[in-house]
Design a protein around this ligand. Sequence first.
Ligand SMILES: Cc1cc2nc3c(=O)[nH]c(=O)nc-3n(C[C@H](O)[C@H](O)[C@H](O)COP(=O)(O)OP(=O)(O)OC[C@H]3O[C@@H](n4cnc5c(N)ncnc54)[C@H](O)[C@@H]3O)c2cc1C
Length: 455
Amino acid sequence: MTSERFDAVVLGAGFAGLSAAAVLADRGCRVLVLEASSRLGGRAASFRDGATGEQVDNGQHVLFGCYHETRRFLDRIGAAGGLRVAADLDVVSVTPEGESTRFICPSLPPPFNLLAGVLEWRALAWRDRLAVLRLAGPLRLARRELLGGDVCATSAGETVTGWLTRHGQTARIRELLWDPLALAALNQSPDVAAAPTFVRALAMMTGSSCSDAAVALPLLPLRDLYAEPARRFIEARGGEVRLTTAGRLRLDQGRVVGVDAGAVRVETAVAISAVPWFALAGLFGDRPPEEMGMTCQNAGQMESSPIVTVNLWLDRPVLDRSFVGLPGRSMQWVFDKGQIFGGTASYLSLVSSGASDLTSASTDTLIALATDEIRSAFPAGVEAVITRATVVREPRATFSLAPGQPSRPGTETPLDGLFLAGDWTDTGLPATIEGAVQSGHLAAVATLAYLHVAG
Ligand SMILES: Cc1cc2nc3c(=O)[nH]c(=O)nc-3n(C[C@H](O)[C@H](O)[C@H](O)COP(=O)(O)OP(=O)(O)OC[C@H]3O[C@@H](n4cnc5c(N)ncnc54)[C@H](O)[C@@H]3O)c2cc1C
């Protein structure tokens, strides 16, 4: 077995691991990133489509203006130009009745932008529009809670639907606005997901700028948006990123002393675990040490929620904008990758979040469902011919936010030199890119303090 030495080792090269490693490399640490899979990016990755040669994402990723940590990460690695942040929230959807409708929030300070947008929204009757005013107070409270105030915007055990109903949101405004937003943000039905994470996400979206609520779309496949730029950034600063056999921690008397990666024995005083909840226990071999027993047990008991994506290559354009909401359907959003990537891609991506009913459906069934939903929502889709179709199933896309799930761990662990990152750690956010990057940055700061590096 050969032996090498690094200041810190990061296990896992998703958003969390790469953002942590980028901070460390930037601060002069010699960092090694180990990724067990054959590609970088984890649950936000791209692969080459066998037939067309295009880089296709494992699923459409939508960011928001309020993803401040993510934007800091992209800035750091010189990749901010790959993300287009809209000025305001501006979404077109096709209602379940087939009517196309546009929800646009004017450039007013939040939350007035959101309230004014709803009051102007013609798809809603006046009763439904006025209901939004009842959220002004709860949103202000949520904002205070987000900023550290000693208040609580939700009740114990309350679901998202429970919270919305308690604050007078009608069935129609939930159907057209809140349910699609909650499903997209939480990847779980609002009837099942607990309210606090959603309310926190809403508080972030109604932050200091109206662009906090605006959609931000990657203009490149995820590999080129962040994974490869991050690798280049880390390597240019003396670090390394290796696709290798899964990393295993070596401990001595409650302290990290190294990581084994295949035939290589790496000596290090710090390891950042940036693996998902279902992979944490595997870092310790047969059995986690006693100090990590409860954390690993909780992680192992976290439930997952799936996402199914259907990609359709058509013989003609069908959408007149880059994405459209399809509330009330199995596939809640459709994205025109050709318009988003500027012609380097030629397919539509249809996303089904919280897709536990669909994961076991056959590929043919899913393609037929997506085709039907496109044809019924868009007149141009009726005559369109599908030239190719693929399905991506991500059964463990996100962790469950249902009340009663095990608690999420913080950055620090009882082991000296081991820090945790990953969207599933206790950021208070749903399983999102922003949560992953926030956790990565926290783990990097903890590592720097541990190594006594100024900064
Ligand atoms: C289809 C889909 C759509 C999504 N859409 C959105 C969206 O629109 N907006 C949004 O904000 N979020 C979205 N998400 C969620 C987002 O992708 C995740 O929250 C985020 O990517 C998680 O990053 P992470 O670094 O915490 O974990 P991961 O991306 O899971 O990275 C962990 C990495 O650790 C590696 N690993 C595991 N074990 C080991 C080991 N022993 N040694 C070395 N490496 C190991 C894994 O291979 C993996 O690459 C979506 C997720 C999916 C799947």
